[in-house]
Design a binder for this molecule. Structure first.
Ligand SMILES: [Zn+2]
Length: 74
């Protein structure tokens, strides 16, 4: 049984670190755009980033991982 007040964890798609959801940034696909889902309530496929990896988002390797996670065809 999960404890009361259990914090949902998500895995950063880049470094695979597990962190509480609220400490991660969520990107999701909306239409044909990738948006930052600040409320974490957007539907659709999403990908989580820790703050550290999010700061490296301009890095091509990070983008590749993001596209793979979101299954965006490029
Ligand atoms: Zn990370």
């Amino acid at each position: 049984m999960p404890k009361k007040g259990h914090i949902p964890e998500r895995t950063c798609i880049v470094c695979r670190k597990k962190l509480p959801k609220k400490e991660l940034l969520r990107l999701c696909v909306k239409g044909n755009q990738i948006i930052l889902d600040r409320s974490q309530k957007e539907g659709g496929r999403g990908a989580y980033f820790c703050v550290e990896c999010f700061s490296k988002i301009k890095n091509l390797k990070v983008w590749r991982k993001l596209f793979r996670a979101l299954r965006v065809k490029k």
